[in-house]
Ligand binder design. Structure first.
Ligand SMILES: [Zn+2]
Length: 242
């Protein structure tokens, strides 16, 4: 009789522990998920930053390319000036015609370069418009990221505090459980990710929902030893037998 009372008492303590441990495991799972989620929204924000950076680089390149086109144009102008001064010094018609044709050639080149410069201005306008848009998007993303980050950091803090409270509750109950029983309980708890002792409802295990044999149910009722589910290894109890 004394042993039966003792075992019942141990089961009750385990059930109390289980309530606490279930919460601890749930909070820990939440705590594990949060940094990953934060990482995800951070990556999203970094992507937007990179997009803006790419457009800014594109603008820089367009401006640089245009500068070199403008230099090229200047070179052509100098060439034309030089060719024009050479014209008056030429002796033969042939030389004169050749020089004129050379000047025409340079002028044709100039037109092409001028065309490219105009297109480059159009490109700059488009890229600038894009940059303005991306800056707006980034500002929104930044706001969103920092506000979500704060929310997540705050909830992590709260969860950590709750786990601390639960752990202190746990440390008051755990020493009242027999060492061997506690070790068994904790081993199952770890293997099963937070559940180690479950009720039998009707003839169904509360851990894996498989059928429990009548013999096992009888053994639980006798309160002589701990009975575990053969399928999921959880310690079993009957609500009306405590
Ligand atoms: Zn089971």
């Amino acid at each position: 009789m004394a042993q039966q009372v003792l075992l019942k008492d141990q089961l009750r303590k385990l059930i109390e522990l289980q309530k606490i441990d279930k919460e601890i495991y749930e909070f820990r799972r939440e705590l594990e998920e949060k940094p990953a989620y934060l990482e995800e929204i951070k990556n999203h924000y970094e992507d937007k930053k990179a997009t803006l950076h790419n457009w800014e680089e594109k603008l820089k390149k367009t401006v640089l390319d245009r500068k070199s086109l403008e230099l090229e144009l200047k070179t052509r102008e100098d060439e034309i000036t030089k060719a024009n001064t050479q014209l008056s010094a030429l002796k033969t018609n042939k030389e004169y015609t050749a020089k004129i044709s050379e000047i025409e050639h340079i002028k044709a080149d100039q037109s092409i370069i001028e065309e490219k410069i105009l297109m480059s201005f159009e490109d700059s306008d488009q890229v600038n418009a894009r940059i303005t848009g991306e800056k707006k998007v980034l500002a929104e993303e930044e706001k969103k990221y920092f506000s979500e980050k704060k929310e997540i950091d705050d909830s992590i803090k709260i969860l950590e505090d709750r786990v601390k409270v639960l752990q202190s509750q746990r440390s008051r109950i755990a020493p009242e459980v027999d060492k061997t029983i506690l070790n068994l309980y904790e081993r199952i708890l770890e293997n099963r990710g937070g559940s180690a002792i479950v009720p039998v409802t009707g003839t169904t295990c509360g851990g894996c929902f498989m059928n429990i044999t009548q013999q096992a149910i009888n053994e639980i009722r006798m309160n002589e030893k701990l009975v575990s589910c053969e399928m999921c290894t959880c310690i079993l109890y009957l609500e009306d037998n405590l």
